[in-house]
Ligand binder design. Structure first.
Ligand SMILES: [Zn+2]
Length: 145
């Protein structure tokens, strides 16, 4: 299988334990950051150093929207356009992050569902090369909104 190219470098990686988002965590107040941050932005924290951190794979959908029509550039998608769900996910390790939900049925996606971080195809570029990104896959139905 040809290697897919991350649509943005440095935001996610496939580790021996599976996909993870790559950012920072403050050594003083434990605040998570994505992408990597050089400084802690917590006004109550004066810790001087942030550590490299990996986030995921488990979380819960906090909010979501369904993208029923093609989004404007620079958002990438393959033709023909297919609606997708975009979720705000609270990862178990403290990061709140946006991501598409990998499903054939975006209407089945709901707040409170438990999800797993995956790396999946986003689109193909003009040369047919696969571009990858992180997404979430529903692993358990939640209590609902
Ligand atoms: Zn801090």
């Amino acid at each position: 299988m040809p290697q897919a190219t991350p649509v943005v470098e440095g935001l996610f990686t496939d580790t021996a334990n599976g996909p993870r988002l790559t950012g920072s965590r403050c050594a003083g107040c434990d605040m998570p950051y994505l992408p990597v941050s050089a400084l802690c932005h917590n006004p109550d924290c004066d810790a001087p150093d942030l550590q490299p951190a990996e986030f995921g794979p488990w979380g819960v959908i906090w909010s979501l929207a369904r993208q029923d029509y093609p989004p404007p550039a620079p958002v990438k998608f393959d033709e023909p356009y297919q609606a997708y769900a975009m979720a705000v996910v609270d990862l178990d390790d403290g990061l709140r992050v946006l991501g598409r939900v990998a499903t054939d049925d975006p209407e089945s996606v709901d707040v409170g569902q438990r999800v797993e971080l995956i790396i999946d195809t986003l689109a193909h570029d003009e040369d047919g090369k696969e571009l990858s990104t992180w997404k979430f896959r529903v692993v358990e139905q939640g209590a609902g909104a």
